[in-house]
Design a protein around this ligand. Structure first.
Ligand code: 4AZ
Length: 731
């Protein structure tokens, strides 16, 4: 698109059929055509179509157009996005004298700064152009007046484009009240919202591929928006509305109260709408006196000092120091030890992101937490008595690291440390740590919760072959984690991989090899007949998130000999996954079709641990995969490798890597000899209780410093932190 200056916008320009549109469009078409027909890509250029004329508050007319280039594969570098844009830009003759950005493009006054050329998928432009099944244009004339917008698939709409415009200077807020579709690959059923009038790839505000039942809204960065609907036949529909809204200047002066219990709130721009791709805010705080600072309590967001990498979810400048924001699944408190700080927030992301808010209050700089409280790294204050009690009160385990090993009070005079209670291992010679384990007790993260809601002390009650819950729920859904072949430990091949050996057929029936474009890319594990679990980082880049490129090889020992190859319907990446820190590195994959039950012995789900599941020293843990055997290996093994590893405490893991999140778990051996490596990512770390218990998925291969290095263990996603997230998607 570009802006033509010195032309007055008239409402007729909104109608493609009007004489005014046709006359203006043909003039522009002629100019653009001439530019490309006399350019270096003349032979590849086919046509230009002016699709829309709109106006913004800069004056003149914004021209939205698409062009077709037919490009033999060999010549594709000549028609890159930047090159095609540069041809147009270079053809605009500007005069250095009048310092304006408007120049002349074959006589047409064009604003050179407004030129934007974006590559579009062929399938996207055909549906917006002549071949489209429905194109609708809606205009919001009055700020604040809501325009209803409903789309049904019985329109026959396999693909429908709805173009929204609003008065110049305003923005568009789209509210999605409900969207009923079949969750799938994000291609056949999806709503893509563009920050443009054409489906420009670089201008996607938001993409909806899952059904929506609670309302939310999206704000554009100008007065245009395009909705691209794809719905298959059936009872699919969209309900919502849009309106023109005024741009927001997010800036305020805030005086906090003397009483720290009196709070106020700050919000991300356009809250509770999603945060638009380019946004900024400035808050200037003032506390009643110099001994009071400002505390910001976020609901699911955290500020951390900026590291070497950039900031993914917001950039904060607080009294000239830079912090990065990211989303987390818990509260955090950020304290600024200054009585009049200036807090600047800036976000420039590719898409709209989740909104955030924080409550602010004064706090006593010399004593952030009340008497007898401990200050967590998350900024929360917890009672000192909760330090080293085995429970993650701080939400980041900062109250549970660097604890001395608890003493065993086996004499029965003082309470036993929760670590020893009912963990399946006799820690006290008199056995008192393992008695009355099925008695009902108050619930907490370290206790097993039965389906009826009551909790018992036995940590690993799930699928252990003993009915512990009154409702027997601990022994339901236990067709998992029991391979028919059980020869773990026997070596059937030469020592190789990072300290691994060849596995046996049927030994790891939940192991999956995930292939991207036909090549091994990651591992995964079978959770059920149609769900797999893997690591989010396997799918984090644009093409990697498209399920159509992936296939899952099940029941396989040697590459190429899978018992079953499955296609993927959809990929669910955790919403808090952080590409910089690898926090929340977990993803679920739904298969297009369930694998046949006849694969039974060679394909089988792994058991999911309950949140209270605890791995003790007597458990045996193995990591498996077809990844590299040395850090700088060049060839992948063809036979599935297995390596025995031990779990490290969070304290020891931090000694190697510094800050790691509670969602991470380290495993390895001190020498480093046994480890996971590139290609193993997403695959399982499974552990089993002694005495023929079932295998549980304890970790997902995530990251590490190199492979097989001493004192640098492999880092895994801690699966029992995600039990309810997993069930919320797969059941
Ligand atoms: C990787 O690049 C990777 N040594 C996986 C695991 C480890 C290192 C790297 C752990 O996928």
């Amino acid at each position: 698109m570009f802006r033509v200056a010195n032309v007055e916008f008239i409402p007729e320009f909104r109608q493609e059929e009007s004489l005014e549109f046709v006359s203006m469009a043909s003039k522009i078409q002629h100019v653009v055509s001439n530019v490309y027909k006399t350019s270096s890509v003349a032979r590849l250029y086919k046509q230009v179509v002016i699709s829309d004329l709109s106006n913004n508050d800069k004056g003149g007319v914004l021209v939205h157009f698409w062009m077709v280039f037919v490009v033999p594969q060999l010549k594709s570098p000549a028609v890159c996005e930047e090159c095609v844009g540069a041809i147009l830009r270079d053809s605009v003759h500007t005069s250095l004298k009048n310092r304006s950005s408007v120049g002349y493009l074959l006589g047409l006054p064009v604003d050179i700064d407004s030129i934007l050329v974006n590559v579009v998928h062929r399938s996207d432009y055909t549906s917006s152009g002549a071949g489209s099944q429905c194109v609708d244009k809606l205009h919001a004339n009055l700020p604040g007046a809501s325009v209803p917008l409903n789309v049904y698939s019985s329109w026959g709409g396999v693909s429908c484009h709805v173009k929204l415009t609003s008065v110049p200077g305003s923005l568009i807020r789209l509210t999605v009240s409900a969207f009923f579709i079949e969750p799938s690959d994000c291609v056949s059923e999806a709503l893509t919202v563009y920050d443009a009038l054409l489906p420009m790839r670089g201008r996607i505000l938001h993409r909806l591929c899952e059904p929506v039942s609670s309302s939310f809204s999206i704000v554009s960065t100008s007065n245009v928006m395009l909705l691209s609907f794809r719905m298959t036949n059936g009872n699919k529909n969209f309900r919502g509305h849009f309106e023109a809204i005024a741009d927001e200047v997010c800036m305020s002066q805030i005086e906090t109260h003397l009483d720290p219990d009196i709070t106020g709130k700050i919000y991300s721009p356009f809250h509770p709408s999603l945060l638009p791709p380019q946004s900024s805010c400035t808050w200037k705080f003032e506390t009643p006196n110099a001994v009071l600072g400002v505390a910001l309590r976020f609901h699911n967001y955290v500020l951390k000092a900026k590291g070497l990498k950039g900031c993914e979810h917001g950039w904060w400048k607080i009294n000239e120091i830079i912090f990065c924001g990211s989303y987390v699944g818990h509260n955090t408190v950020f304290r600024i030890d200054d009585h009049s700080p200036k807090v600047e927030f800036r976000c420039s992301s590719r898409h709209s992101v989740q909104p955030f808010h924080a409550s602010y209050s004064s706090y006593n700089i010399s004593q952030p937490c009340p008497e007898s409280h401990f200050l967590c790294s998350t900024g929360l204050c917890v009672e000192k008595s909760r330090r080293c009690d085995g429970l993650d009160d701080c939400q980041d385990e900062s109250d549970e690291v660097f604890c001395s090993r608890p003493t065993k009070n086996c004499d029965g005079h003082s309470p036993l440390h929760p670590l020893f209670v009912c963990n399946g291992e006799t820690d006290c010679a008199n056995g008192i740590d393992e008695i009355n384990c099925t008695q009902e007790t108050t619930c907490s993260a370290i206790r097993y919760q039965c389906s009826i809601g009551s909790c018992i002390l036995k940590k690993n009650a799930k699928c252990d072959g003993v009915r512990d819950c009154q409702d027997s729920s601990d022994e339901a859904d236990c067709a998992c984690g029991r391979p028919s072949v059980n020869k773990v430990g026997s070596s059937t091949g030469p020592e190789r991989i990072v300290g691994g050996v060849n596995s046996n057929e049927g030994e790891w029936p939940w192991q999956v090899s995930l292939h991207f474009n036909g090549n091994l890319y990651c591992g995964a594990s079978v959770l059920s007949s149609d769900w797999l679990i893997s690591a989010a980082h396997c799918f984090s880049k644009e093409r990697l998130s498209d399920p159509r490129y992936w296939s899952a090889h099940l029941g396989m020992l040697t590459q190429g000999s899978a018992k079953h190859v499955a296609e993927i319907r959809r990929i669910v990446v955790h919403e808090y996954y952080n590409d910089y820190t690898f926090d929340y590195d977990i993803a679920l994959l739904q298969l297009k079709k369930p694998w046949p039950p006849s694969l039974g012995p060679l394909v089988q789900p792994i058991c999911l641990p309950s949140p209270s599941h605890t791995v003790t020293d007597s458990h045996r843990c193995w990591v498996t995969g077809w990844g590299y055997r040395y850090e700088d290996d060049k060839v992948l093994p063809s036979v599935l490798q297995k390596a025995k590893v031990s779990l490290l405490s969070q304290t020891d893991c931090k000694k190697s890597y510094g800050p790691i999140s509670p969602r991470m778990l380290c495993a390895g051996v001190p020498s480093g000899e046994q480890d996971a490596c590139r290609g193993d990512s997403g695959g399982p770390l499974t552990c089993r209780a002694p005495g023929g218990g079932r295998w549980f998925l304890i970790g997902i291969v995530s990251w590490g410093a190199g492979c097989g290095r001493p004192n640098l263990p492999g880092v895994y996603t801690r699966v029992n932190k995600f039990t309810s997230w997993i069930y919320s998607h797969i059941s």
